[in-house]
Design a protein around this ligand. Structure first.
Ligand code: URA
Length: 445
C-alpha cells in the first residue's frame, strides 16, 4: 500500500477501507510518511468527507495511536464533559466535583488556552502549587479515591491527533466536521470513559457559528461514540456572550468557587446544573434530567461539591485554603483599572474580542510558548440585555500587571469598547433578546 494510492482514492471520492485507514493513521503516528502526504490526505478529507464507517475507524485508530487509560478497576460509572470552547468557560471546575459528589466519576483530561478561549489547566494552575502533570497511575488512583482528577493531555494520549491538528492548523483544514469530530473524540475516548457529555458552543464567539453546523458536528461525534460502545449526550449552548462575569484564570477560579458554594452568576450555575444533570443520567445516578438538576443543586448548596474540590486541590498539590478565602490565596494583579461603557441597553457582545482583550492583558497566549499572568483578566459587569445607567458603577474592570502607559492597555480598552453594541435605553429591546434567559439551545440525547 502506498500513501499516494490512498490519497488518490479519497481525492476521487472513494471510501477507504478499514485497513487503509488504520495504516494511514499508523504512518502519521510513526512519522513514516512526509507531512505533505498527510496534508494532501487532510485536504482530500476536507472536500470529500468520510462515511460513518470510515469516520468511526479513523477515530478509533487515532484513539489507539497512543495509550488508552484503563479505568476498569474503578467501579463507578466514568463520565466526562467536553466543551468545544468558549470565552469565560470555567464550567469544568465546579462541574467535575459536583458530579463526583453525586457518585459519578469524572476522569478529566483538559487542554490549555490558545487564542481567545481559556483552558481549564491554566485556570487550575493559578491556584498556587496545583499540578496538572500527574502520572497516569496517580490519575487513576485519584479518580478512584475522590471521583475526580483533572490533568493535562500527555504526549501519549492520541499522538496522531497532535500531528494531524498541527498540520490542519497550517493547511486550512481545521474546519472539516469529520476531522473536528475525530480529533475531539479520539482524545476523550483515550481517557477510559463510559460516556461523554458534549457542550457544543454555538454563536459568533464559538467554533460552530450556526446551530445547523453544531447539529452536524454532534451527529458525527455520536456516530464515533456509539460505534465505540460509549454513550453520549450533546448540549448545544449559546455563546453570544462570555460565560459568567469573569475572563481570566485566577478570576475564573474565584467565580467557580462561588458556584461551588451555591452562588455565582445565573448562566454559570445553569450550565453547571444542566451539564451535570446529563452526566448523572449517563452515569446512572439520576433517572432523568430533572432529578439530575436537583442532585447537582443539592451538592452545590450543601457543601459536598466544595468538599470534593478541596480534596482535589490538596491531592493535586494546590493550596486548599483557596476554597475558604480565594482572595488571599490566588495571585493578585498590580493594577485594577475601571472602564465605564456608554449608557444604554447592551444588545450584542463580541465575546471573542473580550477574550482577546483579556489575552492582551496577559491572561492568554498568542503562541503555545507564551507565559501567562494568572492574575490578569476582566470582570465584566455588563450582561446582554442589561441597561447601563449614566453615572452608574463602572461596567468592566481590567486586572493586569502591565506598566502604566503600556500600549497593550490602550489596545485592550479599545477592544472592550468595541465589543459592546449599545443602543439608547428608551428604544425597545431587539426581538432576539426578548425573554432570553437561558443559554441552553438544545439537548440531543
Ligand atoms: N478541538 C479539538 O480538540 N480538535 C479540533 O479539531 C477542534 C477543536
Amino acid at each position: 500500500m502506498l500513501p499516494v494510492q490512498l490519497i488518490r482514492k479519497k481525492r476521487d471520492g472513494g471510501a477507504l477501507d478499514d485497513a487503509e485507514l488504520r495504516q494511514f493513521v499508523e504512518w502519521v503516528t510513526t512519522a513514516s510518511i512526509p507531512d505533505y502526504q498527510i496534508a494532501a490526505m487532510l485536504m482530500a478529507v476536507f472536500f470529500r468527507g468520510m462515511d460513518d464507517r470510515e469516520l468511526a475507524t479513523w477515530a478509533d485508530a487515532m484513539t489507539r495511536s497512543g495509550d488508552v487509560i484503563d479505568l476498569s478497576s474503578i467501579p463507578r460509572a466514568k463520565i466526562d464533559k467536553h466543551s468545544t470552547g468558549g470565552v469565560g468557560d470555567k464550567i469544568s471546575i465546579p462541574l467535575a466535583p459536583a458530579v463526583a459528589a453525586c457518585g459519578v466519576a469524572v476522569p478529566m483530561v483538559s487542554g490549555r488556552g490558545l487564542g481567545h478561549t481559556g483552558g481549564t489547566l491554566d485556570k487550575l494552575e493559578s491556584i498556587p502549587g496545583f499540578r496538572v502533570d500527574l502520572p497516569v497511575e496517580r490519575f487513576r488512583e485519584l479518580v478512584g479515591e475522590l471521583g475526580v482528577c483533572l490533568i493535562g493531555q500527555t504526549a501519549r494520549i492520541a499522538p496522531a491527533d497532535k500531528k494531524l491538528y498541527a498540520l490542519r492548523d497550517v493547511t486550512g483544514t481545521v474546519e472539516s466536521l469529520p476531522l473536528i469530530a475525530s480529533s475531539i473524540m479520539s482524545k476523550k475516548l483515550a481517557e477510559g470513559i463510559d460516556g461523554l457529555v458534549i457542550d457544543c458552543k454555538v454563536g459568533a464567539g464559538a467554533f460552530m457559528k450556526t446551530i445547523e453546523r453544531a447539529r452536524q458536528l454532534c451527529a458525527l461525534m455520536r456516530t464515533i461514540a456509539t460505534r465505540a460502545g460509549k454513550t453520549i449526550t450533546c448540549v448545544l449552548t449559546d455563546m453570544e456572550a462570555p460565560i459568567g462575569r469573569t475572563i481570566g484564570n485566577a478570576l475564573e477560579i474565584r467565580e467557580s468557587i462561588e458556584v461551588l458554594k451555591g452562588g455565582g452568576p445565573v448562566d454559570t450555575r445553569e450550565l453547571t446544573h444542566v451539564l451535570g444533570a446529563e452526566m448523572l443520567v449517563l452515569g446512572g445516578a439520576a433517572r432523568d434530567p430533572a432529578e439530575g438538576v436537583a442532585k447537582i443543586e443539592k451538592a452545590l448548596s450543601d457543601g459536598s461539591a466544595l468538599e470534593v474540590f478541596r480534596k482535589v486541590v490538596a491531592a493535586q498539590g494546590g493550596d486548599p485554603r483557596v476554597c475558604d478565602s480565594p482572595g488571599s490565596v490566588l495571585p493578585k494583579p498590580r493594577s485594577r483599572d475601571e472602564l465605564g461603557l456608554t449608557p444604554g441597553r447592551i444588545v450584542a457582545i463580541d465575546s471573542e474580542l473580550l477574550g482577546i482583550a483579556a489575552l492582551v492583558l496577559g491572561a492568554g497566549r498568542r503562541t503555545a510558548e507564551d507565559k501567562i499572568d494568572p492574575s490578569a483578566g476582566l470582570v465584566v459587569d455588563a450582561y446582554l440585555g442589561e441597561v447601563i445607567e449614566a453615572g452608574g458603577p463602572p461596567s468592566v474592570m481590567l486586572q493586569h500587571s502591565l506598566p502604566a502607559g503600556d500600549s497593550r492597555l490602550a489596545e485592550a480598552r479599545a477592544m472592550i469598547e468595541r465589543a459592546f453594541v449599545i443602543q439608547p435605553a428608551d428604544q425597545p429591546a431587539p426581538a432576539h433578546l426578548a425573554g432570553k434567559s437561558s443559554r441552553i439551545l438544545e439537548v440531543l440525547r
